[in-house]
Design a protein. Structure first.
Length: 293
């Protein structure tokens, strides 16, 4: 692993809670203060011409992330970014000969950031949806997810959709995530309770103020590792769903999207993606979708 030099200033601002004008004002002021600059000691791919990738800062790759999801992407004890996404991005930036800048924001701020052209790309494993395709361009799948229902370890409710799809049942999710829509689709009679952070959504379940939460296995595994015996997975049959999350870029930036897709395909073919996933996530990368460069 190459040695990295870095200047780090990390904060987690909150965006997207009032009017759109205030959202963007907070974004412009806050995202800039939540930047981590990571510079490699050597320049790989010296012949690569990145001038046509439409980057917001020539020579830099600015990435919006939500560093809250252990072990996929988070801040370690020293306040430095780490996890699967970060390791891929670090290698990507080195291969392109770019400085990596990570702008750490909450989930809603991240979506606003790419729309407001404050980031070149997002790395948070976004699922492709028709609504999101109106504000960003997808640039390749890299992160497998399975969507599950989790509840308190002592909860005795049956593991059937019918048992959870009743009035009065409260099910949490991360605000703006596709898991909120999954609750409405699978449990239309239950109440959806959205939270600006995943930790808040999980705490509501752990405390008993909510009955369950819908989230992905990667987040559930990270939470259970640090909070053993608090929550359990409800073994619904069939599961709520599974998908591969994507990198995204600014709407219409096909040059960058194409380059990222090629890099992901190369990382998949070389085994880099599987190796990085296993090291960061702690289990093998599931079968990957066919890569199209």
């Amino acid at each position: 692993m190459d040695r990295l030099l870095g200047r780090e200033k990390v904060a987690i601002p909150t965006f997207g809670r009032k009017t759109m004008r205030k959202k963007l004002a907070l974004l412009l002021a806050g995202v800039m203060a939540a930047t981590v600059v990571v510079t490699g000691t050597s320049q790989a791919s010296a012949a690569e011409d990145t001038s046509k990738l439409n980057l917001i800062k020539p020579g830099s790759l600015v990435v919006c992330m939500t560093l809250q999801f252990v072990p996929q992407m988070y801040l370690n004890k020293r306040g430095a970014p780490t996890g699967y996404d970060y390791e891929l991005l670090r290698k990507l930036a080195k291969d392109l000969g770019l400085t990596l800048e990570i702008r750490n924001t909450d989930f809603n701020g991240l979506l606003a950031g790419i729309s407001a052209k404050q980031c070149d790309m997002t790395s948070v494993g976004l699922r492709r949806t028709a609504a999101r395709e109106l504000s960003m361009t997808y640039a390749g799948e890299y992160m497998p997810y399975q969507t599950i229902l989790a509840t308190q370890a002592r909860n005795k409710r049956e593991a059937t959709r019918a048992a959870w799809n009743v009035a009065g049942v409260k099910i949490t999710c991360l605000k703006g995530a596709v898991e909120c829509a999954a609750i409405k689709d699978n449990f239309p009679n239950a109440s959806v309770v959205e939270f600006p952070t995943q930790d808040g959504a999980l705490l509501e379940v752990a405390s008993g103020r909510a009955d369950a939460g819908v989230l992905v296995t990667a987040i559930f595994g990270g939470y259970s590792k640090t909070n053993p015996g608090v929550l359990k997975r409800v073994p619904l049959d069939p599961p709520i769903g599974s998908y591969f999350g994507n990198w995204t870029v600014q709407l219409g930036n096909t040059a960058l999207a194409t380059r990222l897709q090629k890099w992901l395909c190369d990382a998949q073919a070389s085994g880099l993606m599987a190796k990085t996933f296993r090291r960061a996530m702690g289990y093998p990368l599931p079968a990957e979708p066919t890569c199209v460069k």
